[in-house]
Write a protein that binds this ligand. Structure first.
Ligand code: MN
Ligand code: MN
Length: 364
């Protein structure tokens, strides 16, 4: 397992004796096992010397064993103390680690206190960033899953456009999109689907509801699906009936900014350049104050992952990184436009995974 190898190399390089991984997305990355354990304990313990093991609720042991994880699976019942089971399993390996790397952004205070009680002479270090870095360059297999997820997202926008008619509600359109996605092989939606209409498009994190679609509305779709564990994330804004002059100007500005940002992507440039390119275009037209968020975020097993594409991020882009490019302009009480693509950095440029048209679609 290549992923486990990366983790072992990290432990050797950092002279850390053990790692305790607890976020479901990182566990999926390392083991292929996808589980949402809620309050129950789910984790991978990796030791510098010896094999790693997975600890999970006993009822999930069978599922875990069918995912290709070649190492030990330790189960516990609901009446056992999962933390004591964990400690015993580590002790069985013949070591009590004096140093352990954990995911500090995920381990709750309560769990951390429990760990400290169990491992009194162990020092804990943070390995959140290193795990992010392990995941940042996508393999060809990961990319092919992401291409398929993006293809489904393109289709979802197409379906959404076909569903738009006068008087239909945002939620009705949303339900049809999700139903069609499940039928076509999406595991699930990558996040809560957004279908916003009219002035509601001016809210970047708006909530779809029972508003009825009217002529003259912008309709904003922001959605993604999960395919083989990998996410897509697309936004398109379309017009139902003739848009006003101002709506057109907003749209064209976002379109130009988004396209310019996509075209600048290649290995060797800094992440901030992507944001700055789009932001400058939007600012020059006078809408700078209405572009209220970063231009994008890494994408993969998580819908938001490392790296964050902001106007201050110095990170140098490398082949195999995948992230979103999603500038927007939001004029309160009037309308908002966002256009979002998923892009992969290639050896000499960029591959745009989402391909639905970015020309202004005007539905009659
Ligand atoms: Mn999105
Ligand atoms: Mn996004």
């Amino acid at each position: 397992m290549k992923q486990v190898e990366k983790l072992r190399n990290y432990l050797k390089d950092q002279h850390v004796e053990a790692a305790f991984i607890t976020t479901p997305d990182n566990i999926f990355y390392l083991s292929g096992f996808r589980s949402e354990p809620h309050e129950r304990l789910l984790g991978i313990i990796a030791l510098k010397e010896g094999d790693p093991f997975l600890i999970c609720p006993r009822m999930e042991m069978n599922d875990a064993s069918t995912t290709g994880w070649p190492f030990e699976i330790v189960g516990y019942s609901d009446t056992e103390d999962a933390w004591s089971v964990l400690k015993d399993a580590i002790r069985k390996q013949g070591v009590i680690p004096t140093s352990m790397a954990v995911e500090k952004s995920h381990l709750t205070v309560e769990r951390f206190e429990r760990m400290r009680e169990l491992f009194k002479n162990t020092t804990f270090t943070r390995m959140d960033d290193q795990l992010n870095e392990m995941r940042v360059i996508k393999s060809e297999e990961e990319l092919s899953n992401m291409r398929k997820a993006a293809e489904l997202a393109d289709l979802a926008i197409q379906i959404g456009c076909e569903e738009i008619t006068e008087g239909k509600t945002e939620l009705e359109i949303l339900m049809t999109i999700e139903y069609e996605m499940m039928k076509r092989g999406a595991e699930k939606m990558a996040f809560e689907t957004m279908v916003l209409s009219g002035p509601k498009t001016a809210s970047p994190h708006g909530k779809p509801g029972n508003r009825k679609i009217r002529k003259g509305d912008f309709i904003l779709f922001d959605l993604g699906v999960v395919f083989n564990g990998y996410c897509s994330d697309i936004t398109r804004t379309v017009a139902f009936g003739e848009p006003t002059e101002e709506m057109r100007r907003i749209y064209e500005t976002v379109q130009e900014a988004q396209q310019a940002a996509v075209e600048i992507v290649r290995p060797g440039i800094k992440a901030m350049k992507v944001d700055q390119t789009a932001r400058k275009i939007i600012r020059d037209v006078g809408y700078g104050d209405y572009f209220t968020h970063r231009i994008g975020h890494g994408l993969g097993i998580s819908v938001h992952e490392f790296p964050s594409i902001t106007d201050t991020n110095n990170l140098v882009l490398k082949e195999g990184m995948v992230f979103t490019i999603e500038p927007g302009i939001y004029i309160p009480d009037l309308a908002g436009v966002r256009i979002e693509d998923d892009v992969a950095v290639t050896a000499d440029g960029v591959e745009v995974l989402t391909t639905f048209t970015k020309e202004l679609v005007i539905l009659k």
